[in-house]
Ligand binder design. Sequence first.
Ligand code: HEC
Ligand code: HEC
Length: 149
Amino acid sequence: MNKSLVMAVGLMCGLAAAASGAIAEEITSLRGMRPIDQAPDVPEIKHYRKDGEVLPRDYVQQPPLIPHKIEGYQINLKFNKCMSCHSWANYKEAGATKISQTHFEDREKHVLANISARRYFCTQCHVPQADAKPLVENTFQPIPAISGQ
Ligand code: HEC
Ligand code: HEC
């Protein structure tokens, strides 16, 4: 490698480092500049609807929306609050929808005796509804033949 090439490469690296430094200053994460051990400044959403009837589904494969509050419902390694009402053992007494049979299959569609690890963290897919206006207008219509409405 000759000297001027080495210098050119060095200069480019320097410029790239300077540029990435400038970008890093402009971008802040959603939690702001809070250190990781402190709670973020996220506004609390208080408009969750009260417990009510099930909500309509917009398409067949949609994970149904949660029609009740879930504040304080723990899902961790040892305990799953959702299952205390939605499991096959408890749904009747709780008057809740029985958890779907599809949640007891592994990815090869082998039927399992217990809920699949892929479906354990319910709120990955099921979300409660806040009474909020849509951010953008949406004219989506489900296909009538399979909308189930
Ligand atoms: C205390 C009991 C209870 C707990 C705990 C509970 N649910 Fe429910 N859930 C219900 C009942 C009752 C309904 C049915 C509401 C109705 O028919 O009006 C329901 C309905 C639902 C539905 C709608 C089903 C449909 O067919 O549209 C979803 C999704 C749901 N719950 C998810 C969850 C998730 C996720 C959790 C945990 C974060 C959870 N629930 C915890 C009682 C419970
Ligand atoms: C990976 C996404 C995913 C996860 C995680 C998940 N679900 Fe679902 N759930 C779905 C989808 C999609 C449907 C609708 C199609 C179906 O039945 O598979 C559904 C359907 C349901 C239904 C309605 C069943 C019916 O007969 O109409 C209930 C109740 C439910 N889920 C509860 C739960 C609970 C409780 C958990 C956690 C233990 C959970 N789900 C985890 C995606 C998920």
